[in-house]
Design a protein around this ligand. Structure first.
Ligand code: ATP
Ligand code: MG
Length: 267
């Protein structure tokens, strides 16, 4: 049986009295690419923020395999170490606009290691090569296309050799070809670096390209997990509608029946 990189154990999150994640259980296996699917507002980004320790958990806990501990039991120091063992690519890429690509990638190394500049320079070159940006090291973020910004953000995310890589909507806002290239990069990095990858997306085409396993959330609830094949063949009407992008089904029915308010706030 595969080792678990992460076990989400009945996690609940409440914002202003509203439950946005409701007793979510899921496992991330060591070395796999797990894709978290769900419509807008289903709680994907919130779950990701909980998993990276950026947001307080209101119920349940998250066990981290390589730390041998749950987030709820970690000291501040252990939490810092845990965060340092992760790479995160946020939707916005979150590059510093006043720094070159190379300096953006070097930043975590300068902040968190005592390595000499020469060594950092070599490491930055290796990371940029891995994401296909070696020739663009001296460019400023404003000079990069959307896809190149993602690559630069990814080079920075892997700068400290993470155990787990998290991506929030890596292909959002990219054209289909660039999006496919980023997906290929996610697959390549997962293999080359031997990391575990957790990818949040609502784009099925991208999900099918990269996923070893998938999880579907709906309005803060766990709906199904399984291989891409298992989700594709599911007979559950909600899963079918989401996975196949059908215009008729429970997702659209409830919008019509419950009206706007229920759709936004849950029932
Ligand atoms: N900091 C916050 N304060 C209050 N409510 C929040 C906060 N963050 C998220 N929410 C709410 O929690 C719910 C889930 O949001 P989340 O961003 O996790 O959804 P998502 O699945 O990532 O959606 P999208 O696909 O649009 O990015 C939403 O209803 C959102 O309004
Ligand atoms: Mg989101």
């Amino acid at each position: 049986m595969a080792e678990h990189a992460i076990q989400v154990q009945g996690v609940t999150k409440v914002f202003s009295g509203r439950t946005v994640l409701d007793a979510i259980r899921l496992d991330v296996n060591e070395g796999e690419t797990l894709v978290i699917l769900g419509g807008s507002g289903s709680g994907k980004s919130t779950l990701l923020r909980l998993m990276i320790g950026n947001e307080r958990i209101d119920g349940g806990d998250i066990f981290i395999g390589h730390a041998g501990k749950s987030l709820g039991n970690m000291t501040d120091r252990e939490m810092d170490d845990y965060r340092k063992s992760l790479g995160v690519l946020f939707q916005s890429s979150a590059l510093f606009n006043s720094m070159s690509v190379a300096d953006n990638v070097a930043l975590p190394l300068r902040e968190h290691t005592d390595l000499p500049e020469e060594t950092i320079g070599i490491m930055v070159k290796i990371k940029l090569e891995l994401v296909g940006l070696r020739e663009h090291a001296d460019k400023m973020p404003a000079q990069l296309s959307g896809g190149m910004k993602k690559r630069a953000g990814l080079a920075r995310a892997i700068s400290l050799d993470p155990r787990i890589l998290f991506y929030d909507e890596p292909s959002a806002g990219l054209d289909p070809v660039t999006s496919a290239e980023i997906d290929q990069l996610i697959i390549d990095l997962n293999r080359k670096l031997g990391v575990t990858s957790v990818v949040v997306t609502h784009e099925m085409e991208s999900a099918y390209r990269i996923a070893d396993r998938m999880v579907l959330l709906d309005r803060g609830k766990f709906i199904i997990s399984g291989t891409p094949q298992e989700l594709r063949e599911s007979t559950d009407p909600l899963v079918r509608q989401f996975v196949h992008g059908l215009t008729e089904g429970p997702l659209t029915d409830r919008r019509r029946a419950g009206g706007y308010e229920v759709d936004l706030l849950g029932d």
